[in-house]
Write a protein that binds this ligand. Sequence first.
Ligand code: ZN
Ligand code: ZN
Length: 348
Amino acid sequence: MKVTPYDMESLMSFVGRAAAMNSMDVRSYLRTLFETDDYMNPVPLPEDLDSLEKGDFLAGLNDALDPEKRRLELLTLPSTKPGVHTKWLRRAGGIKMDGDRFRGTPSFAWCPRCLLVDQLNGHDQFLRLSWRLITRTFCWKHRRPLTTHCLACNDRQAETAFVFNGDNVVLTCGACGSPYGTQLGLPDMSSATTIQLRDNKNVQFAWNGAIQLEMALEKSLSEHSKTVNNRELRNFILAFANILMKANPHSRAPIDLFSSVAFPARPNSRNITSLDRPYRASSIAVRRKTHGLMAAILKRRMNLFSIKGVHEKRWGRDPTLPELRAELEPEQNAELDRLLLMFPASWV
Ligand SMILES: [Zn+2]
Ligand SMILES: [Zn+2]
């Protein structure tokens, strides 16, 4: 059965769909494509197809799956976003980590509305390459938070399954089988809160602020980026995010001091906040909240945060820099002072 790559699809998604149409899991399917007579020495399978560089494996995939047009390199990060190092890809991890290491296993995020639109358009559901970036926590099209776990069973370790239903491929939870395209709620929120958020204009403002920050950050990721300003902006955002996510000596990360109905997130666990660069290891929800808080502080947007213990109102407002500083330890304040000296003012 022939599979055609979609515009903006990730290679992992494309191979997942091809495997599903052949009633196989991805690894077994790749084994059949790269069969060798020497069973003691099988062809090594790449850890993450989306970060695959040009080479024998990619050529082999093109031979097998797209022999005429050979488009598969367009589904990988190294070809579509040159210079964006693969360290910016979302990977599994965050529970039993030691140092700044991550498991190589890819980890996915998706927009249920985009998947539903795929289905309504009568084609397969597929994962977008851009959803793999750790800096991306929103769907830019639907302007809603991306999802990273099944909202039906809430199993955070469950894998994403590609299921061929006879007509099309749909994405479902690997644990309970619930189709992702039907899960239109918001992660970590009750349905009552989700309905309240829908009617709250300030939430849209708050999310737009975070999306703008993510757009600027993503543009600045390329190491080939010509403008110094871009690199400065990236370094600033990541350093600021790391200050917010990193625990002080009493094991409390500043980001956990703030609460927001628009950015719900479970606190960073201690093994993440003790990392030098917790940004890369934190969950999508904590990163989204951090982007939202930074946008609120830097751009003074209505952002619906409140500081725990100070403001108990459910619908908060903008936190101010002095409020943030009052909650930080002296050494965290000193770090922030050094950072603000480098702030690329052109972004504000
Ligand atoms: Zn979407
Ligand atoms: Zn499930």
